[in-house]
Design a protein around this ligand. Sequence first.
Ligand code: ZN
Length: 133
Amino acid sequence: MQKIEHIGIAVKNLEESNQRFAKLLNTIHYKTEEVQSEGVITSFFRVGDVKIELLQATSESSPIHRFIDSKGEGIHHIAFAVDDVNAELKRLKDAGFDAIHDKPKPGADNKIIAFLHPKSTNGVLTELCAEQL
Ligand code: ZN
């Protein structure tokens, strides 16, 4: 693991949340991106070396919709930058962590990503991400 790459926050209304976080962070989001495979629309803010990713569901079957239904808005996941998602996924599975994705997949912000199941990480949904080559 290199560093925390971003923190994902589940929100009900991306437009309103973009305005709120722009005030909070004193900077505007630098991109908005829809990830159809995950049923989300996301926006990104930079805070120093770390990003904040706001996530709004685009359908009722979206994991973000289910998350907000059961837990409400709030921190959804922490993403760690890694050199090689495949290698790190293997290392962590060998160490007993449960992966949600057996194979890395394309994510927002031109990343290749995989998630670990929160039941094996003290309730923290954990994303591994690397720049897509
Ligand atoms: Zn993320």
